[in-house]
Structure formats: C-alpha cells, structure tokens
Ligand binder design. Structure first.
Ligand SMILES: Nc1ncnc2c1ncn2[C@@H]1O[C@H](COP(=O)(O)OP(=O)(O)OP(=O)(O)O)[C@@H](O)[C@H]1O
Ligand SMILES: [Mg+2]
Length: 353
C-alpha cells in the first residue's frame, strides 16, 4: 500500500472488486437483445413508427411467442431480427452478431449460419417441385454438405417434426400443417441457433396449428434451438413458457407459465400475465384499467413498502357539501382531501398512451 494512502481510500483491489460487482450491460447474458428499438417507415410522406423503443430479451434455449394486434410491429421486429431490415435506432444483438453494424457480406453469413425462418405463406418456405427430403437437403447442398449426410440430416429433421412419412411427397401432396412442419425442417437444415417464425399457423385451422406449434416445441426441447414465433393463435400460451404481447411497437405484457407442485405432489401449470416495465421506467396500463378509473393525463404514484400505487389526479368525492369541488391537487391548506398517496409524482406521459 502507498504510504500516502489513508485507511479510507480504496485500494486498487477493492476498486476492481467493485467494478466486477457492477451490473453489466442490458441483456449482457441474453442470446437476443433488443434495446430501445425504433423502426420508422416513410411512405408517401407519412411517417409510421412501427417500433417505438422496443425492449426484448430472449435467453438461449427459450421458446417465446409474440402476440399483438395487427399493425403492432410483430413482423417488423422479426424482419429486424432475421437480418432483412435495419432499424432506425436502438441496439439489436443476436449472439455475437450486432445487427446494427453488419456489412452486407456479414448479413448473408448471419442469415445462413445463425438463424432460420419460417413464414406464414407455405409457398415461401418450400420449393414446390422438390419433395420433402430434397427441400431439406437443398440448403445443405448449397453449404457443400455431402449427399449421404444431407439425406441423413433430412430424414432426422423430418422425423423430429413428425412428418417422416412425407419424405417422398412434394408440397402439393401434403396438407398445410405438414408443409409448415417440413418448412420448419428446412429452416433447421443448417443447424441455426435461433429459429424465427412469423405466423407459421396463419393459414391453418386450430387443430393443424396445434401440430405446428407442438413441432416448434419439440424442436426447442429436443434440438435446443431457441425459437421466437409470432402468432395470432389465441391458444399459443398453452404451448410456450413465455408469451410476449406487443402493443404500439413496444413490449407491453408477458404471460409466464410456471409449474407448481401441490401438497399432494401433483403438478399444475399456472399462467400469469405480467406488465413489462421498460428500461425508462414506463409501463402500459391496460385499457380496461384506464377506463374503469377514468385515468387520463396526470396520475398520482406512491411508493409503498412492497408495491407502487397509482391514483387518478382528481379530488376524492366528499360528503361535505361546503367543500369545493373541481380539479385540485392536494394543498397544504387542505382544500381537497386526498386519500392515501403520500407523494405525488408525474410519471412519464408514455404511461398514459
Ligand atoms: N414497408 C413498410 N412501409 C410502410 N409502413 C410499413 C411497412 N411495413 C410495415 N409498416 C407499418 O408498420 C406498422 C407495423 O407493421 P407490422 O407488419 O410489423 O405489423 P404486424 O404486427 O406484423 O401486423 P399483422 O398482425 O397484421 O401482421 C403498421 O402500421 C404497418 O402499416
Ligand atoms: Mg405481421
């Protein structure tokens, strides 16, 4: 220790230890990181904000469903993640790939090696004049894989997806659900770490959708592929651990499924919907909540021991007819009694959207 140093001064060792303890960058350990993602489209002079500061983390090995109203930004997000589109602002990383800073050659390499895709239109996923085996073998041939290995891999993937019996059939000889499961096998041919699927069940009835979603689940479980699937299927949260809802270009809530063990040892699954608090501290209040309490504009927030409460900013009705009514804040004169919140805060206006 330096003779000049007083006892209270931190040593290099303590500073280093402190630096190690400091929490890392947002989503440092996640496989997929979207940090304040913005995508603005200009069309005919009109600006459309498809993604408005979207945050999303996906861990390696997860199976995540993305749901949301039409136009909420789901396909835009998947286009960005699959390397087809570049966001206007924000950060996006998939594994070691920084999708904001890739050259076009890197983009091609990323799309060939890191990720696979399945689209809603079956015709976009499979080649009509090739049979299922040839469809799966096709990307492998492009990658220079030998014939024998290609056929082995194709047979294995078709089997995992439960469509081994379609090996010699062309797409026209299969049902929509079978074609989509073959499409998943095609997308997995080059063993990507992540699979993106944009409404793979969009053209299917509910029974067939079920098979396709189960196919994705099998792929996730048996091959360890991380899967992000966009779907309109209301039953999707039955199939996945985590369902992320997007509203107005942002992640707004998540349904998380947890398995609980009862006292008698039997297991049951509980699905819980949670709101998402973004990194700027914003949370979207469901429309029903806002309407029920007529929450608009300013609201009051109060920090309680274990939670935060939120009240409308308006006087509480009183029984005393002499008391003034109208729009007031709590004042030291006590003109309007204000129930509970000890501290009034002005949350970001975004919370009221
Ligand atoms: N190329 C584009 N040019 C201009 N606006 C676009 C473009 N692509 C998407 N948008 C707009 O961006 C918003 C988000 O579109 P996106 O396709 O991501 O929605 P989505 O959630 O996938 O909807 P759906 O469920 O209907 O597929 C919409 O308002 C859409 O009109
Ligand atoms: Mg879409």
């Amino acid at each position: 220790m330096n003779a000049m140093q007083t006892v209270d001064e931190p040593t290099l060792d303590t500073l280093e230890a402190r630096a190690r303890q400091r929490t890392g960058a947002f989503g440092e350990h996640a496989l997929i990181v979207c940090d304040s993602l913005v995508r603005i489209y200009q069309s005919e002079g009109v600006e459309v904000q498809a993604l408005q500061g979207l945050d999303l983390l996906v861990e390696d090995g997860e199976l995540v469903a993305i749901v949301g109203a039409s136009g909420s930004g789901k396909s835009t997000l998947l286009s960005v993640l699959s390397g087809l589109d570049v966001p206007t602002a924000g950060k996006v990383r998939v594994g070691p790939w920084d999708l904001m800073a890739m050259s076009s050659a890197q983009r091609v390499a990323y799309r060939r090696s890191m990720v696979g895709f399945v689209w809603q239109q079956t015709a976009r996923n499979v080649v009509p004049y090739l049979n299922a085996t040839e469809n799966v073998a096709f990307p492998l041939a492009l990658a220079g894989v030998r014939r024998k290995e290609r056929d082995r891999r194709a047979a294995e993937l078709l089997e995992v997806l439960g469509v081994g019996y379609c090996a010699d059939r062309r797409p026209g000889q299969m049902s929509g659900g079978e074609q989509q499961r073959v499409a998943i096998a095609v997308a997995l041919a080059n063993s990507p770490q992540v699979l993106f699927a944009d409404e793979p069940t969009g053209e299917l009835d509910s029974a067939t959708s079920h098979d396709v979603l189960e196919g994705l689940r099998t792929v996730n479980r048996e091959l360890g592929t991380t899967v992000v699937v966009v779907t309109h299927d209301p039953g999707v949260s039955e199939h996945v651990q985590r369902t992320v809802a997007i509203r107005d270009g942002r992640t707004s809530s998540e349904v998380v499924r947890r398995t609980h063990t009862r006292d008698d040892g039997t297991e049951h699954v509980v699905a819980e919907e949670l709101a998402v608090l973004d990194r700027a501290g914003r949370v979207q209040l469901p429309r029903e909540y806002r309407e029920a309490l007529n929450l608009v504009g300013r609201v009051r927030l109060a920090l309680e021991e274990s939670h935060v409460s939120l009240w409308p900013d308006r006087p509480v009705p009183t029984r005393d007819p002499d008391r003034p009514t109208g729009r007031h804040s709590a004042t030291p004169t006590g003109a309007v009694p204000v129930v509970p919140p000890p501290a009034a805060a002005r949350p970001d206006q975004e919370a009221d959207r």
